[in-house]
Design a protein around this ligand. Sequence first.
Ligand SMILES: Nc1ncnc2c1ncn2[C@@H]1O[C@H](COP(=O)(O)OP(=O)(O)O)[C@@H](O)[C@H]1O
Ligand SMILES: [Mg+2]
Length: 218
Amino acid sequence: MTPPAGDVELLASGRDADVFALDAQRVLRRYRDGGDVTAEVAVMAHVAADGFPVPEVFAADGADLVMTRVAGPTMLTALVSGDVRVDDAARTLAALLHRLHAVPPRGATGSVLHRDLHPDNVILSPTGPVVIDWRDTTEGPPDLDVALTALIIAQVAVDDSPLTGIATAVLTAFLAHARGNPAEQLGHAVTFRRANPTLTEREAALLTEATRLVRAQV
Ligand SMILES: Nc1ncnc2c1ncn2[C@@H]1O[C@H](COP(=O)(O)OP(=O)(O)O)[C@@H](O)[C@H]1O
Ligand SMILES: [Mg+2]
């Protein structure tokens, strides 16, 4: 795929990827460290075919993914600005997970899981929430996805930042709305989060604290 021209607008730069606006309708998401989007694109097509809200994929090649430019703020941005209430955001997260896990599985190893479904990976579009960032998708037990969402939010809640209060409130509301029994899979969720090669010593300590915070509420 040709590199974006010089005048292309950089919309966002995350931990792994840069996202460029190609035009009013399309973005290019490019992994900085290379990689292959084939697997995540296949899952996006699979869940989209069942009606799950994901951006439409127009082209995929190596580390590049061209998809619908979804209008609207991320759920995180909307929480910070006060445009969405904590309880509504938490309910939406729980509903998205429940809906995703109802998609007929592709293989024989469990439900489709996202494994990174948190407020910065949900765009609140005028037609409803849309889930992005499918890099960590796999198949497995739904409780693992619920435990991971809780743990990711808890990692923000235990870190001292302007988001601490919001994350603490979202975590409690999310666990109240979420289905299943995330306690069952919390250990596996921690193992998965700990396996991140970029985890610093400080993040590892916060992960232990985050695990305690979730454990106390499930
Ligand atoms: N299809 C899209 N439409 C509009 N904005 C997007 C889209 N995909 C990503 N973004 C923006 O780029 C950010 C980073 O994208 P994401 O796929 O979550 O990558 P990362 O792995 O870096 O978190 C998102 O939080 C969102 O602001
Ligand atoms: Mg993301």
